[in-house]
Structure formats: C-alpha cells, structure tokens
Design a binder for this molecule. Structure first.
Ligand SMILES: *[C@@H]1O[C@H](CO)[C@@H](O)[C@H](O)[C@H]1NC(C)=O
Ligand SMILES: *[C@@H]1O[C@H](CO)[C@@H](O)[C@H](O)[C@H]1NC(C)=O
Ligand SMILES: *[C@@H]1O[C@H](CO)[C@@H](O)[C@H](O)[C@H]1NC(C)=O
Ligand SMILES: *[C@@H]1O[C@H](CO)[C@@H](O)[C@H](O)[C@H]1NC(C)=O
Ligand SMILES: *[C@@H]1O[C@H](CO)[C@@H](O)[C@H](O)[C@H]1NC(C)=O
Ligand SMILES: *[C@@H]1O[C@H](CO)[C@@H](O)[C@H](O)[C@H]1NC(C)=O
Length: 400
C-alpha cells in the first residue's frame, strides 16, 4: 500500500525531471544552432551585408542613401562596405541579381532525392541522359519495351495525356520514373513546360520521343556512342522504310553508321545542305544535345501542338547544321503508327474539312502530305529570314 502511495507520488517528480531534461537538451541544441548560425551567415554568405544591399535597392531613395553613408562612415565597417558598392551581381540570372552568387542554384534535374541523410549520398548513380515519352495507358506494353532499351544512365520521364499514371506501377521501372500528367496535350506542350533548358541542364542528351516506336533494333547506349563519335547535336534513329512513305533523309541505310545528307526528288531541295536533303530530322524521335536543346526550346511556340514544321526549322539551332544534324542508321526504329492522341485529334478534325485540309491533315504520312507541308512552310520562309519565325503549323494556321 505504502509502496503504491510512494510510487504514485514519485510519478510527478519523474515527469518534472523529464521536462527539465527536455528543456536542457533544447537549450543545448539551441545554443549550438545559435553559435553556428551567425558564423554561417556572416563568414560564408555575408547575408547581413546583402540584406543591407536589398534595402539600398528597394527602400526610399533618400533614406537609403543616408543609411548607406552612415554605415560606410561607421568605424565598424569592414569589407562589407565594398560589397555595398556593387549592389547588383549582373552575372546572376534575370531576377536574381540581388542574391549572393554563392547561394544560387540556377539549374536543376529530375533526380529524385531521399528524405534523410547526406545530400551528396542521395544518388547511387547519376543519369547523364534524359528520355521522355508522351504516353497513353493503351501503349503501355510498347513503352515498357522501349524503356528497357534505355540503361540506368537514363532518367525516364513520362508525359501522360490520358490522366492515367498510377496504373503504370505494374511495371517495376515505373516507380523510378518521373510522371507528369496533363490531359490531352501533345509532346511539344509538355516539352515547352517541363523541359526548360535550365531544368534539364544536368543531361548531356535529351530524347523526346513518341509512344509508337518499335525499338527492337535499338540500343540507347550504342546510339549515344555513335552520336558522340559523329558529333551530332540533333539526331534521330533511322526509320525502317515502311510503305515507302518516309523522307529519304530519315530512312535507315543498310551498312551505314550515320548519314547526314541525301538526295530527294528533283526540285525538293533548294540547297543540298538544307532540309529536307540535309540538316533535317523528323519530330517523332528527335535527340538533342544539351546546347541544341537550349536553342530549340526557345523556338517552340506556346501554341505549337503537333510540331509540324519544327523539323524544318531545327537547322537554325546548330552551325553548321548539315554536319551536326544526322540520322543514326545502325540503331534504328520502326514507326508503328498506332492509334495515339495525335490520331484521335486527326480523326476529330477529319470529320469536317475541306478537301485541301483533308489532304494535309488526314492523308497518311506520305509524300503528298509532306510536299504540301513544305509548300506551306516555304511560304513563310521570307518572314522566317527576317526573324519572325513561326513554326506553328497547326492545321488551322496553314494555308495550303
Ligand atoms: C520617400 O520619402 C519621401 C520623404 O520622406 C516621401 O515623400 C516619399 O513618398 C518616399 N517615397 C517612397 C517611394 O517611399
Ligand atoms: C534618387 O536619388 C537620385 C540621386 O540623389 C536622384 O537623381 C533621383 O531622382 C532619385 N530618385 C527618386 C525616385 O527619388
Ligand atoms: C556604428 O558602429 C557602432 C559600434 O559598433 C554601432 O553601435 C552603430 O549602430 C553603428 N552605426 C551604424 C549606423 O551602423
Ligand atoms: C563621415 O565621417 C567624416 C569624418 O569622420 C565626416 O566628415 C563625414 O561628414 C561623414 N559622412 C557622413 C555621410 O556621415
Ligand atoms: C553508363 O555510362 C557509363 C559512362 O559513360 C558507362 O561506362 C556505362 O557502361 C554505362 N552504363 C551502361 C549500363 O551502359
Ligand atoms: C465545320 O467547319 C465549319 C467551318 O470551320 C464550321 O462552321 C462548322 O461548325 C463545323 N462543323 C462541325 C460539325 O464541327
């Protein structure tokens, strides 16, 4: 009984003890934070001096000046004063000029991070290449086959146009992939919004691929080797000639590693170094180097949907284009033309079109289709030369 009583009484002091210990530990932790923070901010980042700069920029003209001067005059002034004199850091990206250069992170990547531990130990391996597919769930098996052709050196990024994302978890690799979902958009819409050059700056090469490519004869690592060997800034795998409907330039050539030019039908190429005879790849499976993509991204108009016409303009981004744009023959793909989002759109459009538009949008991808497209694009060439390039050749824009 008395024991119980004693126990009951001793419970309170125990609790108090615990609170005291917690407070004590808290104080010690607080002390160390307090000790480390000023040295961090002052010696490493000079945050105080930058705060002062901020004020000098934003505050009232007159008060700023007096503040600044009195600080300059103060006996405690040190090298901070020098910093105050150069308020802007012009080399910083637009909008961040005020920040000390040391805390800028102007570029990013798609690497996923752990929620604990040391940041520099987060990544077991650092993928150097990025591959994106614009996908619908119906194409999952084809995408599964394609993804398996890309090694661990690739970050996999899927753009979902049908809103189905978690369904893909049936594939083991899906949990490592990045999934971006926005309904009924085409790959250039996603590319413009999610592949800003600063966001994908970590990657040497960026694949922006359709979902309907047959990759049986393709290996991504081998492809990268060839692209590097031949100095290709913009490339695509050769296309297996199917139904004789592709461009001469993008057709796969037997026994060749890479080709950079071709001959088309008479009258098709005004210059043998210009599209579609050279400096030309199609938009279904392009591969860009980091630098080339930095240029191409800017050229993608915000209203560009299908991307038609972009292929003819890619050559503006590399110099000399006829040497740095090419087709890799020994790693090749088949364009399967399965029903995809593009086709759904086409079907929608094709129900209500004049004959000319019908040929343009609804004819299968054949030479006639393309000859009209070239004509349409050529019509714009004059204005393109003057710098008002517009590669938005969505059907309603094109005058046939
Ligand atoms: C700056 O200070 C003057 C005098 O104190 C005041 O009249 C003026 O509105 C201020 N300007 C701004 C932008 O705050
Ligand atoms: C700020 O100060 C400068 C120099 O004293 C003066 O030329 C300028 O007109 C002032 N600006 C404003 C908005 O008061
Ligand atoms: C000048 O330095 C003294 C001593 O460190 C400090 O108390 C004072 O606030 C400083 N004045 C200004 C305007 O910074
Ligand atoms: C700075 O100090 C000097 C002398 O100590 C004085 O003559 C000058 O007026 C001061 N300047 C300002 C802006 O306070
Ligand atoms: C990944 O890239 C490195 C360096 O280029 C290469 O040595 C390695 O073989 C690549 N991994 C695979 C699976 O090919
Ligand atoms: C077909 O196109 C014409 C002209 O663009 C338009 O006025 C009409 O509403 C369309 N019809 C349908 C069913 O979409």
């Amino acid at each position: 009984m008395s024991k119980k009583g004693n126990f009951g009484h001793s419970a309170k002091p125990n609790q108090n003890m615990r609170i005291i210990i917690i407070l004590f530990v808290g104080m010690i932790v607080g002390f160390f934070i307090g000790v480390s923070f000023p040295s961090f901010s002052l010696t490493k980042l000079n945050i105080t001096s930058y705060l002062i700069r901020d004020f000098a920029i934003n505050g009232n003209n007159t008060t700023d000046r007096s503040t600044q001067k009195s600080i300059e005059n103060n006996s405690t002034r040190n090298q901070n004063v020098k910093d105050i004199s150069k308020i802007w850091v012009p080399s910083n990206p637009k909008g961040a000029e005020r920040l000390p250069a040391g805390i800028l992170a102007s570029e990013s990547d798609f690497y996923t991070r752990r929620l604990w531990g040391l940041p520099n130990e987060d990544l077991a391996s650092i993928p150097k290449y990025l591959v994106t597919f614009t996908v619908g769930y119906n194409q999952r098996n084809n995408i599964d086959a394609a993804v398996k052709k890309f090694s661990d050196n690739f970050t996999i990024l899927l753009f979902h146009y049908d809103g189905q994302t978690t369904e893909w978890d049936e594939f083991e690799w899906s949990k490592r992939a990045i999934h971006v979902s926005a309904r009924k958009q085409t790959k250039w819409w996603y590319a413009k919004r999610f592949l800003h050059p600063d966001i994908v700056a970590a990657y040497d090469y960026i694949f922006i691929w359709d979902e309907d490519l047959g990759v049986e004869h393709f290996d991504a690592e081998e492809y990268i080797k060839l692209v590097k060997k031949h100095g290709l800034e913009i490339s695509q795998p050769g296309l297996q000639p199917n139904r004789g409907t592709t461009w001469q330039m993008t057709k796969r050539r037997d026994g060749s590693e890479v080709h950079k030019e071709t001959t088309e039908r008479p009258g098709w190429c005004s210059d043998p170094h210009l599209p579609p005879c050279a400096a030309f790849v199609e938009i279904m499976a392009p591969v860009f180097s980091r630098d080339a993509w930095r240029c191409v991204w800017y050229m993608i108009q915000n209203d560009l949907v299908h991307g038609w016409g972009l292929d003819l303009a890619l050559q503006r981004c590399v110099e000399p284009a006829h040497e740095k744009i090419g087709v890799v023959d020994s790693q090749w793909v088949v364009h399967q033309s399965v029903p995809s989002l593009g086709n759904q759109v086409k079907d929608g459009i094709c129900k209500n079109l004049t004959l000319a538009y019908y040929i343009f949008t609804c004819g299968s991808i054949n030479n006639y289709f393309y000859s009209i497209l070239i004509g349409a694009t050529r019509g714009r060439e004059g204005s393109m030369e003057r710098g008002t390039i517009k590669v938005s050749t969505r059907v309603e824009y094109v005058q046939v």
